[in-house]
Design a protein around this ligand. Sequence first.
Ligand code: NAP
Length: 245
Amino acid sequence: MKILILGGTREARELAKVATGERGLEIVSSLAGRVREPVLPVGPVRVGGFGGIDGLRTWLADNAIDAVVDATHPFAATISANAAVAASDTGVPMIQLRRPGYDERPEDSWSRVPDLAAASETVAALGDRVFLSIGRQGVEAFAGLASPWFLIRAIDPPTGALPPRHEILLARGPFAVEDELRLLAERRIEVLVTKDSGGAATTAKLIAARARHIPVVMIDRPPVPAGTPHVTTVAAALDWLRGLT
Ligand code: NAP
């Protein structure tokens, strides 16, 4: 069986690694091509958009794909929605692999917001020195905030409008708690803005914020496409693939 893994996440790479050794499975991974120097999965990889739902439908047929695992980032809502429609239209079984969100503790001070616009409306009331840890996309939602200072951390430089007072820090996780604590102290951070991406590689900033009693603006995940079955672990996704053979 030929399996398409829609990737761009650690879980997608782990699944490609374990599924590549499975008898009867042929894996191809797909990346959007957003990151300049991506960490590549094991095995064949294609890079770049498919050209919307129509393009993905055609690609699935042309490449004789038997099943799709949508292991994209929880905030990559467009590709997930497109994949759900394209797979359903072509009768190709699909599952979504989505790691759980972050755990909120009683001692945390989180403001949950539905999207970037709500995050930018919320943040100024919580502090003047903001750690923006949302990746490179979406920073322009904060561009209209002239007063707070922003530490913007991302793998590649953000494009589009930026808030006038900022520092850009290019870095790729995983991050250690001690390093996050040092960063919060050195930049005198008063509030953290992040997405509820989940995953061990990026929890250190939340542990550090908890330790320093720093409030967090937590952007909720977009909804999953209706009707798409989903699992939360690589092992469960592999079981699903085994069940198809
Ligand atoms: P998105 O908004 O859901 O997708 C925008 C377009 O990018 C899609 O319509 C599709 O283009 C293309 N695309 C996205 N993922 C693709 C993939 N795996 N393979 C081929 N084409 C893909 O996606 P995004 O939020 O920009 O994320 C892009 C990639 O970065 C994803 O693979 C995701 O897993 C990864 N990522 C995203 C975030 C985040 O915070 N959003 C964080 C870490 C990693 P066409 O319509 O032309 O097919």
